[in-house]
Design a protein around this ligand. Structure first.
Ligand code: C2E
Ligand code: CA
Ligand code: CA
Length: 508
């Protein structure tokens, strides 16, 4: 394929003298009077943009090539000469060095060309933005040499296995893009791409498997802005990533608004980490018999410079998706332990965690923070999600076990909303179950919730877990739970989460 940029290297004069006719135009004419802009050359078609100087508009035209061969454009010695001279240049500019696939520049030209043809014959096509899942892990564990070979392998298999209606590009890193002229087959093509990428790769006598996340958008005369199209496919790809990876998502407009907003918040969160804009509120937990505060749950708030105090539901999910919850979680732990240390009357502090924090650094962070603030490990409770407690990943399990060995208490938050298996729970180093608010809410009127709560309590007692009932709001709920014995109570009935100074008053 020849691209317009290749020709610009040559003086008009040279081109004039060698230019044969391309359709109705000569290349010389094209360059000398600048009446046309060349949009795209392929071996079969030339796309031209006709400038209308008076109206300052352009008209797009497609012209079939009269002669062609597979090396250059036209069977002409001089053109082949140009071809050879420019090949090196164009390969650098339009092909990816590592994989040999056409690159982002080439993509732009191809899409522009496809859009013009789609415009004339009404066809629609699809763009697939492909990102390999957890490719970073491969680079980190197997090294960049293997990583590069995997990229080459994937590039080659995609390029050979996809049919002629699709073109594969490498955008850089572990990002590939496919343009397909067949919009109707987008879903099956996406599945096919995922299958191709997921097939076994043998590299240097070791086997590797990778998944991919894909975002799809469709181009047409109405949706023809190239930058916008890439953005749409990219946004849809992020939706695939954020909803668990290894899947494809078709773009729709509502994603654009959400993505823009999330992106803004993500950037503000980066600032918030640097400026330490987070504060903790504390919600007391009570011994129901003695009405004594026995613990407190730390709940994060964001002191936003423009919007004031923000609650976690407006930023935690974004912090998790962007992994910013890892540094934020560390700040939270630090603040909570500092507060615990300064508040000797408080026996224990419970801190929420995100599954994202359960990496190989967590144990070290927790033990260092405990030392820094001189807090006993068993005065710290980490609340984990039910899904994390059910995680079969041996790494996660070993982190939980190490935390437990350190003496830190572990509780399962929002218990009952996930799918816990009893036998599994028995093997986990869990100390406390926190019954989700949704069960407590309709007690005692809803007989089902009453039955479920009773069952959870009976089960938790058998397994010797402590039990916290969350979201207690009414006297009836208190009466019901009181009868169950030894339930730890938390909820608005007792107190909302409050700032430090108010909490200290509650403690007195
Ligand atoms: P959660 O861990 O289930 O926290 C309890 C939430 O229920 C808190 O909302 C609390 O204010 C609210 N709540 C407590 N008692 C009652 C009640 O009686 N009635 C009602 N209607 N609500 C009650 P909040 O503070 O907005 O936190 C929401 C969620 O955000 C938390 O749910 C937790 O999942 C997350 N979150 C909060 N702080 C942190 C944090 O430091 N780290 C992480 N990773 N997540 C956090
Ligand atoms: Ca919690
Ligand atoms: Ca909870």
């Amino acid at each position: 394929m020849f691209l317009p940029r290749d020709f610009v290297q040559y003086e008009t004069k040279t081109l004039n003298s060698i230019a044969p006719t391309i359709g109705m135009f000569t290349l010389g004419e094209f360059y000398t009077n600048s009446k046309y802009d060349l949009l795209n050359f392929s071996s079969t078609v030339v796309a031209l943009k006709e400038k209308n100087i008076k109206k300052n508009t352009t008209k797009k035209q497609l012209i079939e090539m009269p002669h062609r061969d597979n090396i250059g454009l036209i069977s002409d010695g001089l053109f082949n000469f140009i071809n050879v001279r420019t090949k090196e240049l164009s390969e650098l500019a339009f092909y990816d060095e590592l994989t040999g696939l056409p690159n982002k520049n080439y993509f732009t030209d191809t899409l522009e060309y496809n859009l013009h043809t789609a415009g004339t014959n009404g066809l629609q096509g699809a763009i697939f933005f492909i990102d390999l899942d957890d490719f970073k892990k491969i680079n980190e564990t197997a090294g960049h040499y293997i990583g590069d070979n995997i990229l080459k392998h994937i590039a080659k298999t995609l390029d050979t296995k996809l049919d002629d209606s699709s073109t594969v590009f490498r955008f850089g890193g572990d990002e590939f893009v496919v343009i397909s002229k067949d919009a109707n087959q987008a879903s099956s093509l996406a599945l096919n791409i995922m299958k191709i990428i997921n097939s076994e790769m043998a590299i240097e006598s070791r086997k590797y498997y990778l998944n991919s996340s894909i975002g799809i958008t469709f181009y047409s005369a109405e949706n023809s802005d190239i930058h916008e199209l890439i953005k749409q496919a990219d946004i849809a790809m992020y939706f695939s990533k954020n909803s668990g990876k290894n899947k494809y998502t078709i773009y729709d407009n509502s994603m654009g608004t959400k993505a823009k907003n999330d992106y803004k918040i993500e950037n503000e969160l980066r600032e918030a980490i640097i400026n330490k804009e987070f504060v903790l509120h504390y919600q007391p937990q009570y011994n129901m018999k003695t009405n004594e505060i026995i613990s407190a749950e730390a709940l994060v708030r964001w002191n936003h410079p423009k919007h004031g105090l923000l609650f976690p539901d407006s930023f935690i999910e974004i912090a998790e998706n962007s992994n910013l919850i890892i540094p934020i979680g560390e700040l939270i732990l630090d603040m909570a332990l500092k507060f615990k240390s300064a508040t000797q009357k408080l026996k224990k502090i419970a801190v929420n965690t995100s599954p994202k924090q359960f990496n190989d650094k967590l144990l070290d962070i927790v033990s260092k923070k405990l030392k820094k603030h001189n807090v006993q490990a068993n005065s710290l409770e980490l609340e984990i999600t039910e899904s994390l407690s059910m995680n079969e990943d041996t790494d996660v399990m070993s982190i939980l076990i190490s935390l437990n060995q350190l003496g830190v208490l572990l509780s399962i938050d929002d218990f009952g909303t996930g799918y816990s298996s009893l036998s599994y729970l028995k093997r986990m180093p869990i100390n406390i179950l926190k019954i989700d608010r949704s069960f407590i809410m309709d007690i005692p009127s809803d007989k089902n919730d009453v039955a479920i709560t009773k069952t959870i309590i009976a089960m938790a007692k058998t397994l010797e877990f402590d039990i916290v009932a969350e979201g207690i709001e009414t006297q009836e709920q208190v009466d019901f739970l009181f009868k169950e014995n030894n339930i730890i109570a938390q909820g608005y009935f007792y107190s909302k989460p409050v700032p430090e100074d108010e909490f200290l008053k509650l403690l007195k």
